[in-house]
Design a protein around this ligand. Structure first.
Ligand code: ZN
Length: 335
C-alpha cells in the first residue's frame, strides 16, 4: 500500500516538475518576447517622433511659403493696378516695368526639373549633415582643405572669434559654399542663458558680426549646449519663439562625435562615434567641433567622409533653408 502511495507520489512529483519546467520555458519565452516588443516599440516611438518633427517643419514651411505667395500676389495685384492706371493715362510712379510680366516659358519649365535633381528634395536618399561648432579656429583651414578635397559642403556654427585670421576663415567658409550658422557670440553659457535679454543681445551681436565680416544675413542657429541644454535659466521655449521671430531656425543633432567629451577620444574612436549609428537614420546631423584643441577631429575627418561617401544612397549636404531640422526641444514638447 505504502509502495503504491510512494509510486503515486513520485508520479505526481514528476508531473509537477514537468509543469514547472514548462512554466520556466514559458516565462523565458515571454521575457524574450517582451524584450523584443520593447525594442520594437522604442524604435517605432523614435520613428514617430521624427515623423512628427518632419510634419511640424513641413507645416511651418507651408505657412511661410503661403505667406510669401500671398505677399507676391498682393505685389502683383498692386503692380497691375499701377499698370492699368498708366494705360488709362493716370500718371503712375513713372517707372515702367513691362519686363516683369514677360516670363520666359523656358525658365518656368526648368524649375521643376531642377527640383527633381535637388538631393535635398529626394526622399530616397540618406542625408548626412556634417556640422562644426565653436569655430573658427586654427584648424578651420585644414578642415576646409579636407572638405574641398572630397567635394563636400558642411555647416559651421560659429562663435565670436575676432582678428584677421578668424575673419578670413569665416570668409573662406562662405566663399567655398559652406553654410554659416550662429552659435552665440560669447559661448558663455551662464551669460547667454541668464535672461531673454542677455540671450537676445548676444544673438544680435553674432548675427551682426557675421554680416559685417561675410555679408551673410545668417538664418541658422545652434543653441550652445543644444536646445536640450540643462543650463538655461530662461525658458528654452521662450527663446525658441524669439529665435523664430527673428526669421531664424535652430538645428540640433542626432549623432555626436563626442569630440568635446571630457574623455579624450582618439581619431579612430571619433570616426567610430560618428559612423556606428549612422545607418539607422535617414537624416543624420553630425556634431563635430572646430577648435584649436580638436586636432583629433581633423584627423578623423577623412575617414568619416570616406565611409559616408561609400554608403549607398547617401549624400553629404550643407544645411539650407530646405533642410528639415533635427530639434531636441520643440514647441509641442512644451508641457
Ligand atoms: Zn559650442
Amino acid at each position: 500500500m505504502s509502495r503504491y502511495k510512494n509510486a503515486k507520489k513520485r508520479k505526481s512529483v514528476s508531473v509537477y516538475k514537468k509543469l514547472i519546467r514548462i512554466l520556466q520555458v514559458m516565462v523565458v519565452v515571454l521575457v524574450l518576447l517582451c524584450a523584443l516588443q520593447t525594442r520594437r516599440i522604442s524604435k517605432l516611438e523614435q520613428e514617430l517622433q521624427e515623423a512628427y518633427l518632419q510634419l511640424d517643419w513641413m507645416e511651418y514651411k507651408q505657412a511661410k511659403w503661403q505667406e510669401t505667395a500671398e505677399t507676391d500676389f498682393r505685389q502683383e495685384e498692386s503692380d497691375s493696378a499701377v499698370g492699368e492706371k498708366e494705360e488709362a493715362g493716370v500718371p503712375g510712379s513713372g517707372q515702367e516695368e513691362p519686363e516683369k510680366e514677360e516670363y520666359s516659358p523656358e525658365e518656368k519649365e526648368e524649375s521643376p526639373e531642377e527640383e527633381a535633381h535637388d538631393p535635398e528634395q529626394d526622399g530616397t536618399l540618406r542625408k548626412v549633415y556634417l556640422t562644426f561648432d565653436d569655430g573658427p579656429s586654427r584648424n578651420t583651414n585644414e578642415i576646409l582643405d579636407i572638405l574641398e578635397q572630397y567635394g563636400v559642403k558642411a555647416t559651421f556654427f560659429l562663435i565670436g572669434k575676432e582678428g584677421e585670421e578668424a575673419e578670413s576663415a569665416m570668409r573662406r567658409i562662405v566663399e567655398e559654399g559652406h553654410t554659416i550658422g550662429m552659435h552665440s557670440y560669447s559661448h558663455d553659457y551662464e551669460q547667454i542663458y541668464a535672461s531673454e535679454d542677455a540671450f537676445a543681445e548676444d544673438f544680435m551681436k553674432m548675427r551682426e558680426y557675421i554680416y559685417d565680416v561675410t555679408g551673410v544675413n545668417c538664418v541658422y542657429f545652434r543653441f550652445p549646449g543644444g536646445s536640450s541644454n540643462q543650463v538655461s535659466k530662461t525658458d528654452i521655449y521662450q527663446l525658441i519663439d524669439w529665435v523664430h521671430d527673428q526669421g531664424v531656425e535652430y538645428y540640433d543633432w542626432n549623432i555626436s562625435s563626442k569630440d568635446s567629451s571630457p574623455t579624450e577620444y582618439s581619431a579612430e574612436q571619433i570616426a567610430e562615434n560618428c559612423l556606428a549609428d549612422l545607418e539607422r537614420y535617414n537624416k543624420a546631423v553630425v556634431l563635430l567641433h572646430d577648435t584649436n584643441s580638436k586636432g583629433t577631429t581633423v584627423e578623423a575627418l577623412p575617414a568619416i567622409i570616406e565611409e559616408i561617401q561609400a554608403m549607398e544612397n547617401t549624400v553629404i549636404l550643407p544645411i539650407t533653408e530646405y533642410t528639415v531640422p533635427i530639434q531636441h526641444r520643440t514647441k509641442e514638447m512644451e508641457d
